[in-house]
Design a protein around this ligand. Structure first.
Ligand code: PEP
Length: 253
């Protein structure tokens, strides 16, 4: 049984005050929807503490958008995974396409962040996905396989999640069709099964991300291998995010 999971990725949107206001507006929906799904919000790093405080006692987990590749050390501008964990952060996005393609994070760096996150007690959500030219060149599965190498062991697989986010669908308004999402999710599950075990393939939650919204959440979540959604733009409004989750859980297989 894979509990549906909906993760809001706010990127660099929302001040600390706006973060707290969102939490106040979202609390009632969170109580209702948490009976049906896990919910997490990833605000910008500076607002993590505001969100931890605002949602204390509510069934919404807090996620970071990245973390450093070691416990502590001389890494200017990074966030220690140990400190994130001790302040109440549960999940961490790693390898988001904006980190890969705007900030040049390599597979090797992402793999070291992934290891450090697990060692610190965070649950990494490994983001993977092909660029448009890679899809057009028939390289989608090759890219996915390469990026998945960040998960090196069955133990690490059991402690992580995956988000399939085709780069061409992120923030563009162009969503992968449910069939396109399902095809890649099924491929990821087969790969985890063959690299680790059928149990790992079957148990790992695989989220879809890329212009998910209330209007398409239902058809995406109806796919047998789509276990949740990673949501950027459509998660910024509390009512809109709640509607998206409501639509998504309604059609969960
Ligand atoms: C994202 O940034 O992870 C994302 C999926 O963004 P959007 O929903 O806006 O495409």
């Amino acid at each position: 049984m894979r509990t549906p999971l909906f993760v809001a990725n706010w990127k660099m949107h929302k001040s600390c005050e706006e973060t707290t206001a969102f939490a106040l507006n979202f609390e009632r929906d969170a109580l209702e929807l948490s009976a049906l799904a896990d919910i997490a919000i990833a605000p910008q790093t500076l607002a993590l503490s505001s969100l931890v405080q605002a949602l204390r006692g509510f069934p919404v987990s807090i996620a970071a958008q990245n973390c450093g590749q070691t416990e502590f050390g001389a890494f200017t501008g990074e966030s220690s995974p140990v400190s994130l964990c001790s302040m109440g952060v549960k999940w961490v996005l790693l390898g988001h396409s904006e980190r890969r393609w705007v900030y040049g994070e390599t597979d090797a760096l992402i793999a070291s962040r992934f290891k450090a996150a697990i060692a610190a007690g965070l649950t990494p959500i490994l983001c993977i996905g092909e660029k448009l030219e890679e899809r057009q060149a028939g390289k989608t599965f090759e890219v996915i396989e390469q990026q998945l190498r960040a998960i090196e062991s069955a133990e690490a697989c059991a402690r992580s999640l995956i988000a399939y986010e085709p780069v061409w669908a992120i923030g563009t308004g162009e969503t992968a069709s449910p069939a396109q999402a399902q095809e890649v999710h099924a491929f990821i599950r087969r790969l985890l099964s063959s690299r680790f075990s059928p149990h790992h393939g079957a148990a790992t939650r695989i989220l879809y991300g890329g212009s998910a919204k209330a209007a398409n959440a239902s058809e995406l979540m109806a796919q047998p291998d789509v276990d949740g959604l990673l949501v950027g733009g459509a998660s910024l409004d509390p009512n809109g995010f709640a509607e998206l989750i409501r639509n998504g859980v309604r059609s969960t297989p």
